[in-house]
Design a protein around this ligand. Structure first.
Ligand code: G1P
Length: 355
């Protein structure tokens, strides 16, 4: 069995962050989203992985390399533009051959792994098997209708309403019949070749499509709220460890991970929280569920439930909750800071509140 990981999307819902980096490399729980996918694939016993990339190919190649750090062998497949999930399968035809494969959306986190899904697929042997989970807003997802024995009788992409509340959650298992299906479908109203249409084609032509209700935590991290919520969930079981330095004027409480080379000076950090390698946190208060990446500088910052991306600097910004930040930010001297705000900030942009 092989895996096909999709990391070619442009992440428009996460702008301006995604003007500077691919969404699949935004860290949740202190690790890039797509690394969680690769870990799960390896843990399920799969080692041959194709990663579909777009304009961020170089950056993703640099982060993931040849896959050996994950125990994988990675092949990169270039998609000229985000033309849909079925299009990604189409361009991966040679890589996939006639092997069974798991299609894994590179911005989806399945905290309980995919081992059981893969084992079930191997036992039952359907043409397709979809991991599904309950959602409250069907209009944001592909929605599957399931009947007895978990047979899928229909799938619809982002319907206005549906009798089912089971979303297709970003991990699909396919046998080789899917290649015929992706060739059979037309471009959708949103201009993409939809995997949902290809699956519906399989159903309509009498193939065996199954659904497996995913019992673990799942999140599509395509927007800031979901990313921050996912970060919260993944940080909860954090083990405390101090590899960097913490001065006598600083206080750590709860599970806090201070990485090698990080320096905490005159600051309070309330876990679960992570400070990445080489970062400096001075005269700051970091609240629970905050992660600071590598090489950051925080001075006079008071944040909680936030993700500070690698290399960001945050100065004199107070009382901010739920911040997703890259680049360099500071409140002008004498200003009260960004009290009470929730912000998504990208590289080298000045937040509106500070103009
Ligand atoms: C895609 C799929 C959708 C699926 C969702 C899961 O949507 O088209 O069927 O339910 O991923 O994350 P997108 O995130 O591209 O809008």
């Amino acid at each position: 069995m092989r895996a096909l990981v999709l990391a070619g999307g442009s992440g428009t819902r996460l702008r301006p962050i995604t003007l500077a980096m691919p969404k699949q490399l935004i860290p949740v729980g202190g690790r890039p989203v797509v690394f969680h996918c690769l870990d799960n694939i390896r843990a399920a016993g799969i080692t041959e992985v194709g990663i579909v990339v777009g304009e961020w190919e170089d950056v993703i190649r640099e982060a993931v390399g040849d896959g050996s750090a994950f125990g994988l062998r990675v092949t990169y497949l270039r998609q000229d533009a985000p033309r849909g999930l079925a299009h990604a399968v189409l361009i991966a035809r040679d890589f996939l051959g006639d092997d069974d494969f798991v299609l894994y959306l590179g911005d989806n986190v399945l905290a309980g792994g995919i081992g059981e899904l893969v084992a079930e697929f191997a036992t039952v042997g359907p043409d397709a098997q979809l991991a599904v989970g309950k959602v409250s807003d069907v209009s944001e997802y592909g929605i599957a209708t399931l009947h007895a024995e978990r047979r899928v009788t229909g799938v619809q992409e982002k319907p206005q309403s549906s009798t089912s509340d089971l979303a297709v959650i970003g991990v699909y298992l396919f046998g080789p019949r899917i290649h015929e299906a992706v060739r059979a479908v037309d471009v959708s109203a949103r201009g993409e070749l939809e995997i949902t249409d290809a699956i519906q084609w399989l159903i309509s032509t009498g193939h065996d499509v199954r659904g497996s209700i995913y019992e673990g935590y799942w999140k599509d991290t395509g927007n800031a709220d979901d990313l921050l919520e996912c970060n919260r969930t993944l940080l909860a079981p954090l083990e405390p460890r101090v590899d960097g330095s913490v001065d006598a004027a600083s206080e750590l409480s709860g599970p806090v991970l201070i990485s090698a080379g990080a320096r905490i000076l005159g600051s309070e950090i309330h876990g679960p929280a992570i400070v990445g390698p080489g970062s400096v946190v001075r005269d700051s208060t970091l609240g629970p569920f905050t992660t600071v990446g590598a090489g950051c500088l925080l001075e006079g910052a008071c944040l909680d439930e936030s993700i500070v991306l690698d290399g960001a600097s945050v100065r004199q910004v107070h009382g901010v909750s739920r911040l997703l930040i890259g680049g360099a930010y500071g409140a002008p001297a004498g200003s009260p800071g960004a009290g009470g705000l929730s912000l998504v900030l990208g590289d080298n942009r000045v937040p509106v509140a500070h103009r």
